[in-house]
Design a protein around this ligand. Structure first.
Ligand code: PEP
Length: 258
């Protein structure tokens, strides 16, 4: 058995990014659901594009699969063309939301400050936030991994109350490993997770830090899921490319526990 302490239920989330029409999303669920039927060891979340959310929610109704958004705005509502609010995600039936994904940070100008504002709003709407942090390749090569992880984690958590914080999930996603086929070694991931957890302890206290789930993301595939997910510090995975195929994502969900 893995030695997660205290026991933290692993969470395996699919980030479909800008892939799949509603029809394709429905097809995915019809193949995927029977493959993970009755699976309770891990929390399973699908994060489809916004236009697929209603379809995926209807198709997963009464199942062990949750649905989340890939992003949201921090304001309750307003003149923000093209944006989606936390209230809209929650009212649609989403239970989770990805915040601060590196593609949002790099391509759409998200900052540590907007991630923090989004985190506050997501918690107010009872969405379980999956907050992404992770260093660029240049930052790792310059020996700045620790500094980046401490900064991103501490800034994300500014002003968060302890009672709300127990719903937060953090995803360590080294940017150089996302969609590249390169994976952090289990040791690299475990080291980064310890750094993140140490900052959570400074921001929110040791007890909450010990309970917080920290996922790994970056080219997780069926072939490496078992090794990664058996690291005691790794409490689940955020999966991009390999989550687009139902068989492949089901194999990741069914990693073998040592
Ligand atoms: C991601 O998009 O969060 C991700 C980890 O992608 P991939 O698994 O394709 O590297």
């Amino acid at each position: 058995m893995s030695t997660r302490k205290p026991p933290r239920k692993p969470l395996i989330a699919a980030n479909w990014k800008m892939y799949k029409t509603p029809t394709q999303a429905k097809e995915f669920v019809s193949v995927f659901l029977p493959l993970v039927h009755g699976h309770t060891r891990d929390e399973i979340v699908l994060c489809p594009p916004f236009v697929d959310i209603a379809t995926v929610l209807a198709a997963t109704h009464d199942s062990n699969v949750h649905v989340g958004g890939q992003n949201m705005h921090w304001q309750a509502e307003g003149a923000f063309t093209g944006e989606i609010s936390a209230a809209m995600l929650a009212a649609a039936g989403c239970t989770h939301v990805i915040l601060g994904h590196s593609e949002r940070r790099q391509l759409f100008g998200e900052t540590d400050e907007t991630v923090n504002q989004k985190l506050h709003t997501a918690l107010q709407h009872k969405l379980m936030p999956i907050v992404c942090v992770g260093e660029l390749l240049a930052e790792r090569e310059d020996g700045k991994t620790e500094e980046v992880l401490l900064r991103q984690t501490s800034k994300a958590l500014v002003g968060i109350a302890a009672d709300a914080a127990r719903h937060i999930v953090i995803a360590y996603e080294p940017v150089w490993a996302i969609g590249t086929g390169k994976t952090a070694t289990p040791e690299m991931a475990a080291e980064a997770h310890l750094i993140i957890r140490s900052q959570v302890a400074r921001s929110l206290g040791r007890e909450l830090a010990d309970k917080m789930r920290i996922l790994y993301g970056g080219s997780v595939k069926p072939e490496n899921a078992t090794t990664l997910l058996n690291q005691p510090e790794i409490d689940g995975a955020l999966v991009g490319g390999a989550s687009l195929d139902p068989q492949s994502f089901a194999k990741i969900v069914q990693y073998i526990t040592f």
